[in-house]
Design a protein around this ligand. Structure first.
Ligand code: ADP
Length: 558
């Protein structure tokens, strides 16, 4: 080896913190609470991060200790994102939508020492407080004030929520007030030099099968991922952008947008709990964000409930977490003039791994065909497709198998959980099934556990769902495999009608004809009120399959 002459500087969140504080001191963090926007500069937030680091140190938080957050997207959550890793501790973002048992498991498994919780979420935490074995301090944000409690801060409901939160704060045992803690300290914390390969943040997968699994991001991986997120063919937002952070900071690090946005000095609009169509539409009209990221369910909700909204400030919305139907992207083009761009990733991959940007020279009329792909591999990650026996398949866009991935921001193991079956020769097995082209386009047909195997061949539930959702009378569609004597499994389409519509199964089947192979066509349909969702807003097919097994679905056989 011929040695380089480069300096060997450790990468880390501290570099991000200090860069944002000095280079982008005037950029803004805007938290949308019930009363409208509340604004602070990056310089203010960085100072508060220093104060928080000092306060946590006083509480006995040492390097390596885990500090959990149980918070919406808001300013104090960002302060914790910055302070906790920089002081050498580990930020553990807790998904507020998990079942109490799973939350208890995660907090105890991670051995969280301190929890920072939004007052409005205190009741959820109070339910499990007595079972938390390692938590020494609970810090409540905006406890006892009417601000930040929800969409209707001035209304009777909000006052009641405050009362409920206060009593729940009592239910939490002794708590500390975030604002008081921070106010009692001064900026200028002496941050330690943290080794770049040590953990900075911790996030658990939502555990649709078995217990949730912990993924610990390193300082190095967060730094490099932030560069990956802002890359020119990636999300590519800059100091001239204003990001609306719809994706929650409690799941998969809000797709890396808080750190990346802070790094490049984009203004960050934090919606708090106001994630319904009406407040989102109002927020976009008033705050004029240029960029956002959201899962398909949220975009669908906005489209159906506020088609009149003015979203024209948005130049792009990144969408992922589950397959993004072409019909949704087209509807955003047509209704709002907003480009929705599909991306793919997972908690284990920090999460951004691929983004569906059309290749060089694509004509405008051909763009949709590329935007419908799951994504195109980002520089920094490698992707391959393997069959059941672990044989690597050709990148020919046809050979179908499990997607495997490796790279500097991809996890190489799970926290205190060997889970050997999830890794192969240093690659992470994603559990997603699909194809890959030589020029890096991934197309996911299913999650391995949702694959429908009919007569020995795979049927893509994702393809069927996307096509069904392109029918004007369909709001949502989830397709599951149900047992069949002859074919092993056949697809059952569970369809949520669009408001005021009642699509005929035969008509839906006709709609699919000619678009998929004949043997893919579902012969069973069930009209349902809603598709059950997981804690992160994905179709919960496990629940649908068990409803079907119990005979709870009214199935129409064609
Ligand atoms: P969890 O695994 O806990 O549900 P993640 O957010 O980590 O939560 O989920 C990652 C999974 O989401 C991926 O493995 C994939 O199945 C799915 N996913 C993400 N983006 C897309 C996409 N654009 N198209 C299809 N599936 C997607």
């Amino acid at each position: 080896m011929f040695a380089s002459t480069m300096q060997d500087v450790e990468l880390g969140v501290l570099h991000l913190l200090q860069h944002g504080r000095s280079i982008h001191a005037d950029s803004s963090i805007i938290t949308w609470d019930g009363n409208g926007p509340r604004q602070a500069t990056f310089a203010d937030v960085a100072d508060n991060a220093d104060r928080l680091a000092a306060a946590l140190t006083d509480l006995g938080v040492q390097p390596g200790d885990r500090v959990g957050t149980f918070c919406w997207n808001n300013q104090s959550h960002l302060e914790a994102y910055l302070a906790v890793p920089c002081m050498g501790a580990v930020l553990h973002t807790l998904n507020i939508r998990l079942f109490p048992d799973q939350l208890t498991y995660i907090i105890n498994h991670a051995e969280d020492k301190v929890l920072i919780v939004d007052a409005s979420l205190a009741p959820l935490l109070a339910e499990i407080r007595s079972q938390l074995t390692t938590v020494q301090h609970v810090v409540v944000v905006d406890g006892g004030t009417e601000a930040d409690i929800g969409p209707k801060a001035n209304s009777q409901t909000a006052k009641e929520t405050v009362k409920e939160a206060n009593s729940a704060i009592e239910g939490l045992g002794p708590t500390l007030d975030y604002a008081q803690l921070v106010a009692g300290q001064s900026p200028g914390f002496a941050y330690p030099q943290v080794p770049e390969r040590s953990a900075a943040a911790l996030c658990y997968t939502s555990g649709t099968t078995g217990n949730p699994k912990g993924v610990a991001y390193s300082h190095r991986s967060i730094f490099i991922h932030s560069l990956g997120v802002t890359g020119a063919q990636s999300m590519a937002f800059t100091q001239d952008d204003r990001l609306l952070l719809i994706v929650p900071m409690f799941h998969a690090m809000a797709w890396g947008m808080p750190y990346a946005g802070w790094m490049v000095g984009s203004d960050l609009v934090m919606p708090g709990p106001n994630l319904q169509a009406a407040p989102l539409a109002e927020m976009i009209e008033k705050m004029r964000p240029t960029y956002s990221g959201a899962v398909p369910t949220v975009l669908n909700d906005l489209l159906h409930n506020r088609p009149d909204a003015d979203l024209s400030s948005l130049r792009e919305v990144i969408c992922g977490g589950s397959a993004v139907p072409a019909s949704l992207m087209q509807a955003y083009d047509d209704t709002f003039g907003v480009t929705v761009t599909q991306a793919w990733g997972m908690t284990e991959t920090s999460p951004l791994a691929a983004i569906a940007r059309p290749p060089k020279g694509t004509s405008p009329e051909d763009e949709m065909q590329w935007r419908c792909k799951t994504g195109r591999t980002l520089p920094g990650v490698e992707i391959r497709i393997c069959d059941d026996a672990g044989q690597v398949l050709p990148n020919d866009g046809v050979s179908q198998g499990e997607i495997e991935i490796r790279g500097p921001w991809v996890t190489g193991s799970y926290l205190h959980d060997s889970a050997e079956e999830k890794f192969r020769d240093g690659w992470l097995r994603t559990g997603d099934v699909g194809t890959l082209t030589a020029d890096g386009f991934i197309q996911i047909s299913d999650r391995a556990k949702d694959v429908i195997k009919s007569g020995g061949e795979w049927i893509s539930s994702v393809d069927l769902e996307n096509l069904l959702m392109s029918h004007p009378d369909v709001l949502e569609a989830a397709v599951i495999g149900v047992p069949d004597e002859r074919w092993d499994e056949r697809p059952l389409a569970c369809v949520v009608p669009a408001p005021g519509k009642s699509p005929e199964p035969a008509e839906l089947r006709r709609h699919l004809e000619g678009q998929v192979a004949k043997w893919w066509l579902p012969d069973q349909f069930a009209l349902v009120k809603e598709v059950p969702k997981t804690s992160v807003g994905k179709f919960d097919k496990k629940l649908l399959r068990s409803s079907h097994a119990k005979g709870d679905l009214a199935v129409v056989q064609l």
